[in-house]
Write a protein that binds this ligand. Structure first.
Ligand code: F6P
Length: 496
């Protein structure tokens, strides 16, 4: 058949209009036979029937040379025309696993027959400036793909860019879709967290409104682990492993030195509103280590007086205390503890204040109140860039989730995000599914209250059962001259 396919997207589904040089009925003998053939080719689709009923709804297309076939599954659009190109972007805070998802998207797109896989530089923000690369020029061999999986930061560059509401500014959308059309994009994959899923939501909505065939699918990523509807997010496991490991090393360091009035170390860990990362400090606990002496998550209000009292009591029993605090701990009235010190004024496009200096502020207070030695440690960038300490489970899942996002878009999903579903803790088993991004974007999944101890200063064993499988295994870095090697092609840095 020499047909060209065109599809129309309806809010609840889609149908195809097939324009043939000759009527498909003539080619295949009967309308029924034609539907059977389509049904077998379009495995993922239910061929519901031919166009009798639709002709009532869309009378303009019944010209005798046109056959309309309803092949529809809710929320999916799919065109069987020749596959064209894919574009993928990274957005939000980087992780040690985000590039593994990029590698997964690339591999699956190639395996499924897409011609080019473009990477937008600095996400949608860069795309709007026409900045993108052909990923084949960067992932040239199997070794490049392996290096990419082990490379921290966002290889394509990231952004924190908030798309306006469609009703407020259509120009931005028109510009993006013009660029996507020019690049002949069929699938748009965005690897990111909450704010990035807002982008997928808006772009997929715009596509539906305007009848564009481009499919938009989100690939979850965030060390914060705060995306709704997914058991966990790629990037979290590796950051949790690094935090557990580093806190354990900090605790061990504290055993070695004699200090007259004792020592308190406050470790500040990322996670603005969700305490998943800070809770991971408890992973340091084992036969050879008691773990941190207290853990404070942003899910609960922080009381400075109670904190000082607890530290005094702990110092009476031990000369070296380690406390893990979230960067987002706040007083009852919502003031971040970091704001009580020398906070920075920086606010990002989503209105988030930069949080830094919580541990420094608390150490100053403790040394004034108790007179002991203190040390503040802000894990900062290290916790999301520590590829040398990545979790094997995390890196492999990130790769699979990237592949699953590409597969979903290829099979017609749009306005969706891939989620991870845990099947069992021990042995750990998990699979992927896709969920409506409208139910995920801009929502935040916090540590459940029942996984925090009653007094609010530690996490429970249930949390440890949840997190342990996610940090298992290692991904050996590819070492060159004693240092891990990352993916780099000549001129790469200048691109960013
Ligand atoms: O990606 C999320 C996150 O890591 C938060 O935990 C943290 O508050 C924020 O990013 C820090 O981002 P930036 O590096 O842009 O200051």
């Amino acid at each position: 058949m020499t047909e060209s396919f065109k599809h129309f997207i309806l809010k609840e589904g889609c149908f195809y209009t097939i324009n043939c040089a000759t009527s498909p009925k003539k080619v295949l003998g009967s309308s029924r036979k034609f539907l059977e053939v389509l049904g077998s080719i379009w495995k993922f689709w239910e061929v519901l029937g031919s166009t009798g009923k639709l002709r009532d709804k869309f009378p303009e297309s019944g010209d005798g040379r046109t056959e309309k076939i309803i092949c529809y599954r809710k929320g999916q659009v799919m065109s069987r025309k020749e596959k064209r190109n894919v574009i993928v972007g990274q957005s939000g805070g980087p992780t040690a696993a985000i590039n593994s998802s990029l590698a997964g998207v690339f591999r699956t797109a190639k395996d499924r027959g897409y011609k080019k896989v473009y990477g937008m530089l600095h996400g949608v923000q860069g795309l709007l400036e026409g900045r993108y690369i052909d990923l084949s020029e960067h992932i040239r061999t199997g070794l490049d793909a392996e290096l990419l999986k082990r490379t921290p930061s966002a290889y394509l560059g990231s952004c924190r860019y908030k798309l306006p509401n469609i009703s407020e500014d259509k120009d931005v959308y028109e510009k993006i879709f013009d660029i996507l059309d020019k690049l002949e994009i069929d699938c748009f994959i965005y690897i990111g967290g909450n704010d990035s899923m807002d982008t997928i939501k808006k772009l997929s909505d715009y596509a539906i409104i305007t009848g564009s065939e481009i499919r938009f699918v989100g690939c979850p990523k965030t060390i914060d682990n705060d995306l709704a509807l997914t058991d966990h997010t790629p990037g979290y496991g590796s950051a949790a492993k690094y935090i557990g490991t580093s806190v354990k090393e900090i605790i061990r360091d504290g055993w070695s030195l004699e200090t007259s009035n004792g020592q308190i170390v406050v470790v500040e860990i990322m996670g603005r509103n969700a305490g998943w990362l800070t809770a991971a400090a408890a992973l340091s606990k084992g036969e050879d280590c008691d773990g941190p002496d207290a853990i404070y998550l942003p899910e609960l209000d922080f009381d400075i007086d109670k904190f000082i009292k607890k530290c005094k009591e702990m110092l009476k029993k031990k000369r070296s205390i380690v406390v893990a605090v979230s960067e987002g701990i706040h007083t009852k009235d919502g003031t971040y503890i970091s704001e009580l010190g020398n906070a920075t004024e920086y606010v990002d496009a989503f209105g988030h204040k930069q949080l830094t200096g919580t541990a420094r502020y608390l150490c100053n207070v403790l040394s004034q109140e108790i007179g002991c030695k203190t040390r503040s440690i802000e894990l900062s960038t290290l916790q999301r860039a520590a590829s040398h300490c990545a979790s094997r489970v995390d890196i492999l899942e990130a790769y699979e989730v990237g592949g699953a996002a590409m597969k979903a878009a290829d099979e017609g999903d749009t306005g969706k995000m891939v989620v991870i579903q845990r099947l069992s803790d021990d042995p750990y088993q998990a699979g992927t599914e896709v969920k409506d991004v409208h139910k995920i974007a801009n929502d935040e999944r916090l540590v459940p209250r029942e996984w925090i101890t009653k007094d609010g200063t530690y996490v429970t064993n249930e949390f440890l059962t949840y997190v342990r499988p996610l940090i298992q295994g290692d991904v050996a870095p590819i070492m060159v001259d004693g240092i891990p090697r990352h993916l780099y092609v000549p001129g790469y840095q200048e691109l960013l």
